[in-house]
Write a protein that binds this ligand. Structure first.
Ligand SMILES: Nc1ncnc2c1ncn2[C@@H]1O[C@H](COP(=O)(O)OP(=O)(O)OP(=O)(O)O)[C@@H](O)[C@H]1O
Length: 275
């Protein structure tokens, strides 16, 4: 997927202001950013659900603004709020949507993948919020997409289900599915994404692997330790030297920790919100 100079205006206000992205096949890419940053707008343009004001976009080799049904069958979409087929059961809706695709997954397999076996015969309207979201994910992957868009996929998931969902996403990526997800959970981005981009005010303010984003890997570290005089904390760009110095006498340093900024610290710095 290649995006160059993507722009979206609503009247006089520009909500996407020149975004460039390259997402490789089989990659898990996370789009981060505060509310209103332009994530959903960007993703909806890439899905062909919204017109752009400017820029070049190629998704699976085609312009989503012009692509037809064959292209659409190659992508899977999980929106923030899904359309409803509340009268059907879980298994029925999966069978129903499978018919739209040339090479769908087996609906029973998909029920298992998202952990809805016990609810396979339940009507959609009786599902809990988190179960409903799992069905959304199931519907997003039923067509065996080459590219899967996930807009805040795990909102409302309990911790165990979130972990299972991460495993599912990793499985799909291992099969070669390209995944673009938006999320407000930085632990999710850190666990899943090969690369992340931070969007703020309609611009990409940083891009990289979760480990190196915003110079994180080489950022100033905080060294903490405790001795007879109490607890100490020092920030330094060269923590190894400091620890060497402190332990020169050969003694153990009590409670020694060396920490770099977390992805969340880095993210908050990037969007200008760090306390
Ligand atoms: N149809 C529309 N008309 C006018 N403004 C819009 C429209 N859709 C979105 N916007 C504005 O565009 C900006 C970006 O919205 P968008 O939904 O892309 O943000 P987001 O990064 O996905 O936010 P969130 O994290 O809250 O989902 C917001 O200021 C929003 O109010």
């Amino acid at each position: 997927m290649e995006v160059r100079g993507l722009r979206k205006d609503y009247g006089a206000s520009t909500v996407v202001a020149g975004v460039d992205l390259d997402i490789r096949q089989g990659e898990i890419f996370a789009l981060l950013g505060p509310n209103g940053a332009g994530k959903t707008t960007t993703v909806e343009i890439l899905e062909g659900h919204r017109r752009r004001t400017g820029g070049d976009v190629r998704v699976l080799g085609e312009d989503p603004g012009r692509a037809g049904g064959a292209w659409r069958a190659r992508i899977g979409i999980v929106l923030q709020s899904a359309s409803d087929s509340a009268e059907l059961t879980v298994a029925e809706s999966l069978r129903h949507f499978a018919r739209y695709y040339p090479d769908p997954r087996d609906p029973e397999e998909v029920v298992r993948l998202v952990g809805l076996e016990e609810k396979r015969n339940a009507r959609v309207q009786t599902l809990s919020g988190g179960q409903r979201r799992r069905l959304d994910v199931a519907l997003g992957i039923i067509g065996r997409p080459e590219l899967l868009f996930l807009d805040e996929p795990t909102t409302g998931f309990d911790p165990e289900v979130r972990r299972k969902f991460w495993t599912l996403i990793e499985l799909l990526a291992a099969e070669g599915t390209t995944i673009l997800l938006t999320t407000h959970y930085l632990d999710e981005a850190e666990a899943l994404a090969d690369r992340v981009a931070v969007l703020a005010g309609g611009r990409v303010v940083a891009e990289g692997t979760p480990a190196t984003l915003g110079g994180r890997a080489n950022a100033e570290a905080t060294v903490r330790w405790t001795d007879a005089r109490g607890a100490h904390e020092r920030r330094t760009p060269r923590p190894t030297s400091l620890v060497n110095e402190l332990s020169a006498g050969g003694g153990e340093l009590g409670g020694l920790t060396v920490t770099r900024p977390s992805l969340e610290d880095t993210y908050l710095d990037l969007i200008g919100e760090r306390r």
